[in-house]
Design a protein around this ligand. Structure first.
Ligand SMILES: [Fe+2]
Length: 157
């Protein structure tokens, strides 16, 4: 791929990283849709707080999907955009969004656990190959999500 000629990134590494990033993109996209459902369907005494919180979360996931898709392109790949394909590889399944606010918060905590685990694996691979750009992107995600986990854990309904 022409891009790699100029960036001087090893093509075998790029192909391998891209297969990890495609799975990660699928995770983010399916999770995005699930959290958007929570935003729409949350109800109860914490409605305003949770409705607004879930909007921030899915907006953040949307930005991350874009950043990961564009990193795949920089590494010479073609980002997948079909949900039918995402569902084949995503660690997340589609969920029923008619659940309680506290169940949604617990789901989100588990989701961060899953994302952080994938991110640590991507980080190790990128770091070993000296791919500092992917390292920087993923390190930021882990930094943000560890803080989110702390705040969600401190929040009780
Ligand atoms: Fe909305």
């Amino acid at each position: 791929m022409k891009t790699l000629v100029y960036t001087q990134i090893n093509s075998d590494y790029a192909a391998s990283m891209n297969s990890s990033l495609q799975n990660f993109l699928a995770d983010i996209q399916v999770l995005y849709s699930n959290i958007r459902g929570f935003h729409w369907n949350v109800s109860g005494k914490n409605f305003y707080e949770l409705h607004s919180k879930f909007e921030k979360v899915y907006d953040d996931l949307s930005e991350k999907a874009d950043e990961i898709a564009e990193r795949i392109l920089q590494l010479g790949g073609v980002p997948e955009s079909k949900y039918s394909e995402y569902l084949k590889v995503s660690k997340f399944k589609e969920v029923n969004s008619i659940i309680s606010g506290s169940e949604m918060i617990l789901y989100l905590l588990e989701a961060y656990k899953t994302l952080i685990s994938s991110e640590r694996a991507i980080l190790a691979k990128a770091s070993e190959a000296g791919d500092d750009v992917t390292v920087a992107i993923i390190t930021d995600y882990i930094k943000e999500q560890e803080k989110e986990v702390w705040m969600l854990s401190a929040y009780s309904l």
